[in-house]
Design a protein around this ligand. Structure first.
Ligand code: ADP
Ligand code: ZN
Ligand code: ZN
Length: 841
């Protein structure tokens, strides 16, 4: 280490100059060039993690992006301080992928690195101050002042001090002065200890000692000796029967051992005695935190239907010519079996496979189905995983333990080096888009790019494809395969519209349920069938309001109504988490008539309890599924038949496959339709079709009741007839006319500031600068965001529509980057956060 610090301050002799460009986890638009000290030359390579000093005092983990011979022109390169790896943690394809992502989504490669690397692979360290061994107080001409003397004294007794402590005493400037004067030097010490933030999970186990383990006679003698000690005898017996007597002696966070018997009635103290007497010994092993999957059985003899076989053949044929194929298969058509077949073939050919699923679908039957076939070859990458678990999946991909990964959007960052196939299920799902923080990537689109880098194929699957993908298929950019029948005898459900206004007029609306929906539910209950009720709004009521004057409590920090949650009797902000008690009187007029307005899942659950007192009702939304297995538990209850009616948000629309659901109720279809977004029609079609697809999956025909106040809206006819193609054509005509994707590229640029005026001013200046960029484009805004304030930050937005076919996009992005860089230092942008969102949702 000492030679390294020597290098740090004598960075002059550089005959054999070797340099590395390092990706650092900071929002800065480029890599930084560092010098590779001779001592490290042999042990460095692209994708290795290194430690470098950044700025005056920051020590960061970076990734080597490039090794070369060219010293930087503008500054003197600092040396790399240490190398953390003996093999590349990140491979060259990943670095290309990160660069692409930074470019495409207009962010910095360091931000991509931050999103990509589990934090267990990033090191944290501290700067320290040490006395310079070459410093001789007698010879030094540097006049130490009082404060510096204090530090010198402290260093003499302590060897090192934290940089922060010195900074408090001296201030940054003086520190650098005395570093320059060689009195002290800055050292980076602690990273040895924190090299691995990731800690392997260690468990203690027991085994028989010698001679008992191998010598039969000795063991027989042991039983003779133990004959008067039945409890100890039992422990040994159980052990010999290979019953895992002694499990989970895992070290807890304090390093203490937690000892647990798997067999509760065995005596712990007897075991301790046996260990003390040398019959058993303890030993430690490193175990995986990841759930052990059953070892992959042979392909169960599932016979594909004729339609499925044709689909597979067609997919393979189209893969000859095209990189991406869209599998448009209605709900229940058996897409999973097709995936399984293709995964198997890719794995047999020695390739890696990535299977992407939207967030909430990950714990559903599809993962169970895949794990039955692929068992321990399959790594699951869950968004609720701890950092240590993420590192284990990462290392599992690196080591080849997991040639198949099934995971959420961030699994595109895992260190694949030979992908052959990427499957993106439910490709239309909005949760593939990351909103915040940067990189604001779309995992489907990025997955296609990733596959391209690997020369791999992509299969997109959906019952209701995104318009983008369907458009690409129609334009022959993607291949296309349709499955138009449900597997087996299962039939598509029958749609019925229930007019809320008509029922209201006739006094038939009870607790927001139309007569048709109530009767259908009752009928299903009578036949011991199950019901799903869909409302995409959690809480009890979207807001409360004064019945006399209309006053509505708003969030103190955001420009939104507070949602009423009956559980806890609270008003909550769904944007920032702010909570308050429900007011008993109106703030505006003092009236005490505060009423809950609108429909949330809690209220529907309550109403169902009143309307169907004998039914077992369960609710599934963000509030009831916060725990790691909350979602799974509800699904198991429902699947096991312990629940009659499941009420939920869009969580219930994903990949559930239950035999006994015959009625699906959509409480308020207008809510989905009225959302102010160019995708609202597409979304409504997708959400209603998906949730409807949960009905009648085996032999019964299901019934879908859609409640609406505008039952004559044409979209309902398209949904009812399942005529996606016609619906698509009609919506696309609108999008073309009004310049929306997929006909143009959208970039949304927002400014945020705690002061309204400042946010607006910055937005205006930026808007004008962007407007001046000489490319074919349309610009909208700047206007207050749809939600004008979030977490005390006012938001203004400009929308740019760029011609897709031309070079406009590239040129605009290049100039945007320059503009963003320039405005940063301007007075009007002080404290302003600028957010660029490419392909916003
Ligand atoms: P999708 O994902 O297209 O909605 P699934 O793959 O979930 O449809 O299939 C629907 C149902 O049909 C599932 O219960 C599945 O087990 C069953 N199924 C599909 N294909 C087969 C097959 N070849 N043999 C037996 N069962 C099948
Ligand atoms: Zn009032
Ligand atoms: Zn809020």
């Amino acid at each position: 280490m000492d030679t390294l610090f020597g290098d740090l301050f004598q960075a002059t002799e550089q005959q054999e100059a070797n340099f590395a460009d390092i990706i650092l986890p900071v929002p800065i638009p480029k890599m930084f060039t560092y010098r590779i000290p001779n001592a490290l030359l042999e042990s460095i390579g692209i994708g290795y993690r290194v430690i470098v000093q950044f700025g005056k005092k920051k020590i960061l983990t970076g990734i080597v992006g490039k090794v070369h011979q060219k010293p930087p022109a503008a500054y003197e390169a600092k040396p790399i301080l240490d190398v953390l790896d003996s093999h590349a943690t990140v491979n060259p394809l990943q670095i290309r992928f990160w660069s692409w992502m930074a470019y495409y989504y207009c962010c910095h490669i360091g931000e991509v690195m931050n999103a990509a690397l589990p934090s267990g692979l990033k090191l944290s360290s501290e700067s320290k101050i040490q006395l310079n061994p070459n410093f001789d107080p007698e010879l030094s001409e540097y006049p130490l002042d009082d404060r510096e003397l204090i530090i010198l004294k402290a260093l003499e007794s302590q060897e090192e001090l934290s940089y922060e402590d010195c900074e408090v005493l001296l201030g940054v400037k003086s520190i650098h002065q005395i570093i320059k004067s060689l009195v002290i030097k800055e050292a980076i010490l602690v990273f040895e200890q924190v090299k691995e933030k990731y800690t392997p999970k260690v468990e203690a186990r027991i085994r028989l000692t010698q001679p008992f383990a191998t010598d039969k006679a000795a063991l027989e003698q042991l039983f003779v000796d133990l004959s008067s000690k039945p409890k100890q005898e039992e422990v040994v017996l159980k052990y010999l029967q290979e019953i895992p007597v002694y499990k989970d002696l895992s070290l807890n966070s304090k390093g203490l051992e937690k000892k647990v018997f798997t067999e509760a009635n065995l005596s712990m103290s007897s075991l301790k005695t046996l260990i003390k007497n040398g019959v058993f010994e303890e030993f430690k092993i490193i175990v995986s935190r990841l759930e052990e999957l059953e070892d992959g059985k042979e392909m169960p003899s599932i016979e594909l239907s004729a339609e499925q076989t044709m689909a597979i053949n067609s997919i393979k044929e189209q893969f000859e010519e095209k990189d991406t194929v869209l599998l448009h298969g209605i709900t229940g058509s058996g897409k999973t079996e097709i995936y399984i077949q293709l995964i198997q073939e890719a794995l047999d050919g020695g390739s890696q496979v990535l299977f992407l699923l939207p967030e909430i679908a990950l714990t559903t039957h599809i993962v169970g189905r895949l794990s039955k076939v692929f068992g321990n070859k399959m790594g699951v990458f869950h968004s609720k995983y701890s950092d240590n678990e993420r590192v284990e999946v990462w290392n599992g991909v690196l080591s080849g333990r997991f040639p198949l990964v099934v995971g959420v959007r961030s699994s595109i960052f895992l260190p694949f080096d030979s992908l052959g196939l990427v499957i993106i299920d439910e490709e239309h799902e909005a949760s593939y888009k990351q909103y915040d923080p940067a990189p604001r990537f779309q995992a489907r689109d990025s997955g296609i790019m990733l596959a391209w880098l690997h020369q791999a194929k992509v299969l997109l699957g959906s019952a209701t494809p995104s318009f983008e993908s369907y458009y690409n298929a129609r334009m022959k950019k993607y291949g296309y395969v349709a499955l138009n029948h449900r597997y087996g005898d299962a039939q598509l459900p029958e749609f019925q519209l229930a007019d809320v206004l008509v029922d209201k007029k006739k006094n038939l609306l009870k607790l927001d349920f139309t007569r048709l929906l109530r009767e259908s539910i009752q009928e299903a209950l009578n036949k011991q069938e199950q019901v799903l009720i869909f409302q995409n709004r959690r809480g009890y009521a979207p807001y409360v309001s004064c019945d006399d004057c209309g006053w509505t409590p708003m969030c103190e920090h955001c420009d939104v109504n507070l949602t009423y949650h009956q559980f806890g009797d609270e008003l909550k902000c769904h944007y920032c988490g702010f909570k308050e008690k429900v007011p008993t009187t109106c703030d505006a007029c003092g009236s005490n008539k505060i009423i809950a307005v609108g429909l949330g899942t809690e209220r529907i659950e309550e109403s169902l309890g009143l309307l169907f007192p004998e039914a077992r009702v369960v609710r599934m939304d963000l509030d009831t599924t916060r725990s790691k297995y909350g979602y799974q538990r509800i699904l198991e209850e429902f699947g096991g038949g312990n629940v009659d009616i499941l009420v939920g948000t869009q969580m219930i629309t994903k990949g559930l496959d239950f035999d006994r659901v015959t009625v699906v109720g959509i409480m308020d279809a207008d809510r989905i339709l009225n959302f102010p977004d160019f995708r609202s029609g597409e979304r409504a079609f997708q959400q209603i079709t998906q949730v409807a697809g949960r009905a009648g999956r085996r032999n019964q025909i299901g019934k879908v009741i859609v409640q609406s106040r505008r039952t004559d809206a044409p979209i309902f006819q398209w949904i009812a007839s399942g005529d996606y193609g016609q619906f698509y054509l009609q919506e696309m005509a609108e999008r073309q006319k009004y310049f929306y994707p997929p006909f143009v590229k959208l970039i949304k640029i927002s400014t945020r500031h705690k002061d309204y005026k400042a946010a607006e001013r910055a937005a205006r200046i930026l808007h004008n600068l962007l407007n001046d960029i000489q490319v074919k484009k349309i610009m909208l805004g700047p206007e207050k965001g749809l939600v004008g304030k979030i977490k005390n930050q006012y938001i203004f937005e400009s929308l740019v529509k760029l011609d897709k076919a031309s070079t406009a996009l590239g040129k605009f992005k290049d100039e945007l980057a320059i503009i963003l860089n320039e405005v940063q230092s301007q007075k009007d942008f002080k404290g302003v956060r600028i957010i660029v969102d490419v392909d916003p949702y």
